[in-house]
Design a protein around this ligand. Structure first.
Ligand code: FES
Ligand code: FES
Length: 177
C-alpha cells in the first residue's frame, strides 16, 4: 500500500510503485481532470504540481511523489473558489475543445507563483511545453497577463531646479534638487 498526498488529502492506494502518477490520478483516484495526451512528456496535457512546481505526471512514477504535495486541477482553486488563473481563462475564453486546458492552467499557475510579473519571453518559456491543438496561444498569453502583477515603475530622481538668489555681487544661481 502506498500513501500519497493529493490536493491536501492523504490517499492510500494499492499500486506498483513504478506506476505513472497520471494512471494513479485517473484510474485509482478518479481525478480525471488531468489528461493523457502523449505519454512521453511532449504535450503537457498531464501537468500537475509537485510541491508547487509543474511536472509531467505521465512520466513520473508514483514512488517519486511520496512525502510530497501533489496538486491537480481539481485542487488548484482556493477555498472552493476558482483560482484567479481559472477566472482569467474564462474571461479570455481560452478553452476551445478543452483537452489541453487543465495542463495549461497548471503550468500558468506554477509560472505566476514563481514569477508574478512574467514578460512575454518568460511566458513563452514556461508554457512552451504545453501544446494546444486549437491554437489558443494568444489567449493563453492574454489570460496570464490578466493575472500578472504590474512591474513597479522605477522612481525617477527629481530634476535639478535652478533658481536665482540675490547676493552682494548680484544674482547668483543656486541648484536645488
Ligand atoms: S501526456 Fe504527459 S506530456 Fe503528454
Ligand atoms: S483548447 Fe483544444 S487543444 Fe487546447
Amino acid at each position: 500500500m502506498i500513501e500519497i498526498r493529493i490536493n491536501g488529502e492523504v490517499r492510500q492506494i494499492d499500486v506498483d510503485p513504478a506506476t505513472p502518477l497520471l494512471w494513479v490520478l485517473r484510474e485509482n483516484l478518479g481525478l480525471t481532470g488531468t489528461k493523457y495526451g502523449c505519454g512521453i512528456a511532449q504535450c503537457g496535457a498531464c501537468t500537475v504540481h509537485l510541491n508547487g512546481a509543474a511536472i509531467r505526471s505521465c512520466i513520473t512514477p508514483v514512488s517519486a511523489v511520496l512525502g510530497a504535495d501533489v496538486t491537480t486541477i481539481e485542487g488548484v482553486g482556493l477555498n472552493g473558489e476558482r483560482h484567479p488563473v481559472q477566472q482569467a481563462w474564462i474571461e479570455e475564453q481560452v478553452p476551445q475543445c478543452g483537452y489541453c486546458q487543465s495542463g495549461q492552467v497548471m503550468s500558468a499557475v506554477a509560472l505566476l507563483a514563481a514569477n508574478p510579473s512574467p514578460d512575454d519571453a518568460a511566458i513563452d518559456a514556461a508554457m512552451s511545453g504545453n501544446l494546444c491543438r486549437c491554437g489558443m496561444y494568444g489567449r493563453i498569453r492574454r489570460a496570464i497577463k490578466r493575472v500578472s502583477q504590474p512591474v513597479a515603475e522605477p522612481i525617477s530622481e527629481p530634476a535639478a531646479v535652478s533658481i536665482y538668489e540675490p547676493s552682494i555681487a548680484g544674482l547668483k544661481e543656486v541648484k536645488h534638487v
